[in-house]
Design a protein around this ligand. Structure first.
Ligand SMILES: Cc1ncc(COP(=O)(O)O)c(C=O)c1O
Length: 349
């Protein structure tokens, strides 16, 4: 099998501008750093709470759902792994998802192994149309929908998600890693589906909006029946004590997260305008990254821009796969970082 290839990881002191993994350009809340300085030896001496109970309680308080509807994961990647481990196997129970999407889904299926059904998004201008009927027809054990999606940046409509939840006999995974960037109350909408359907799980992460990619903490929200199945196949202590403690502080500080998100959204719109000014096609984004196509629509231009930026210490993402190989995915940085990048792109063009 092919392994998942994460974005390159330059050393922290290298001065490289890392815009290749959709991390938040701002540090986490000062309250998180304060909680870090208060970590006690006693907390570390013991195993963590196996269910991450007090973290789940903070999530429960924020969203007004019962605490036993929450599961903590070592990043949302861990929860995706649990879902595939619990629900899929070859010849019998397959995995389905629309393409293009988060590349890890394919890797997880290969690891299991499980059969996969990949259904192409239909494109209408810069709109991505979810092939709902085709996904329903696959009758997969697990259907994975990233929304907002990577690398396209678009959000799947509530109506499409409801149709899938209603029509699928298997599990519907709504992977909302980027939901914090999708507008006010976007993080509430899919919870209605969790309340209404026992086959729906919503995944969230602290890696993006909360600026905590290094902590490795995510959570899932679903009815307890579904979670019972996932708990059977998780590592006993899948989330460490520090992550749980700091996660509580992060979730509790919504004003800080919202302020960072607001700055990133403003920078995203400015970056989009600047790149369009250079002749790029830019897809509308509800995330902290942009999918863009350079003015010359060919593989060579996209690849050489990626390489040229890399040579001057700026890392963005190039995907050498059909449908994406003429495009680039750029994480939104601070305004100053984006300006530096746009200046370099203009020189390279
Ligand atoms: C769509 C999507 N889901 C999940 C993740 C993983 O997030 P985490 O850091 O919580 O494992 C990513 C990371 O980039 C992502 O793009």
């Amino acid at each position: 099998m092919e392994g998942y290839a994460p974005g390159e990881w330059p050393a922290l002191d290298s001065g490289v501008l890392k815009l290749n993994s959709n991390e938040n350009p701002y540090p986490p809340s000062p309250k998180v750093l304060a909680a870090l300085s208060e970590i006690s030896g006693e907390l570390l001496r013991r195993y963590p709470n196996p269910r991450g109970q007090s973290f789940c309680q903070v999530v429960s308080d924020l969203f007004g759902i019962p605490a036993d509807w929450v599961i903590a994961g070592n990043g949302s990647d861990d929860l995706l792994t649990l879902l595939v481990r619990a629900c899929a196997d070859p010849n019998r129970r397959s995995l389905a998802y629309p393409m293009p999407t988060y590349v890890l889904y394919r890797t997880l299926a290969a690891m299991q192994p499980a059969d996969i059904v990949e259904v192409e998004y239909e494109q209408n201008g810069t709109d991505w149309v979810l092939p709902v009927e085709k996904l329903l027809a696959t009758n997969a054990a697990v259907t994975l929908i990233a929304t907002p999606n990577s690398p396209t940046g678009h959000r799947v409509s509530r109506l499409d998600l409801r149709q899938l939840a209603e029509g699928l006999s298997g599990v519907l995974v709504i992977d909302e890693a980027y939901v914090d960037f999708a507008g006010v109350d976007a993080d509430k909408a899919s919870l209605e589906l969790v309340r209404a359907f026992d086959n729906v799980i919503v995944l969230r992460t602290l890696s993006k909006g909360y600026g905590l990619a290094g902590l490795r903490l995510g959570f899932g929200i679903a009815q307890p029946g579904l979670l019972t199945g996932l708990l059977k196949v998780k590592d006993s202590y899948n989330v460490d004590a520090i992550a749980l403690k700091l996660g509580e502080a992060a979730i509790a500080d919504q004003p800080y997260k919202n302020a960072c998100v607001k700055k990133i959204i403003a920078a995203r719109e400015q970056l989009s305008t600047d790149l369009q000014g250079l002749g790029f096609k830019v897809w509308p984004s509800q995330t902290n990254f942009l999918l863009v196509q350079p003015p010359q629509e060919n593989k060579e231009t996209a690849k050489s821009l990626y390489q040229g930026l890399r040579d001057v210490g700026i890392m963005i993402r190039y995907f050498a796969q059909p449908g994406l190989d003429k495009k680039l995915r750029i994480t939104v940085g601070t305004s100053a970082q984006n300006t530096r990048m746009v200046t370099e792109i203009a020189k390279l063009l």
